[in-house]
Design a binder for this molecule. Sequence first.
Ligand code: DGL
Length: 263
Amino acid sequence: MEDTVRGDGRQGFVGVFDSGVGGVSILQHLVRELPGEDFHYFGDSANAPYGGKTPEEVCALSRTIAERMLSEGAKALVIACNTATSAAAPQLRAAYPDVPIVGVEPALKPAVLAQGRGKVLVMATEVTLTLDKFHRLEHRWAQDAEVETVACVGLVECIERGDLDAPELSELLERLVGRHRGEVDRVVLGCTHYPFVRGQIARVLGDVRFFDGGAGTARQLRRLLERDDILNDGDHVGEVSFASSIDTPDELELYRRFFTLPC
Ligand code: DGL
């Protein structure tokens, strides 16, 4: 389902995708960093969550989305999903070597470097925590801090329902991370859905600092667009459009609403 008319930026649009509404948290950073670009966001909500699927399934879904966006004129892609980045980024880069492709990964490095008095808690999907990409990250950075990981099964589904004040959501967070209250002081939001429930997580864990990949992803996209000389840095005012694999006005309304939420 399509929303507004796609922007006609001189050199094509940037395609941004996720399993659902979560990648809108990344989109907010992209638009702030690169206001002259046209962004087209696709949420694969019909297939969410990706986090419980096999890496092969996530890779195949990501490939289909990437192919479609490129055939529609995308000049660059942002995989606004930690799970799809872990499962599909190398394959997509190999398939489209001339296209700038930016992924997102759990912000473990800045969380460890920030130092603190407690442990670092990484919240992410099962797939993200199981695949090599995260193991390499953990191997590199977990030497310098005590790191705990939690596969947050069920959390993406709660957020996709759109009611961020639902008691079920708070109860789920309590079950998922409540046992770490008092022992962690830094939390890595390793799934792009989770920045939307930062406040709810803080209510369970207390005084913690949060780390996510949004700002770094936006800076990396700028670097790649500059490198390839395809950055829209003239007078063009970028446009943002949304589409979803759930073909209803309510779904697009959810994306637009989340686009305005602090995260
Ligand atoms: N938002 C995604 C991520 O960053 C995927 C969540 C899911 O569909 O399980 O991992």
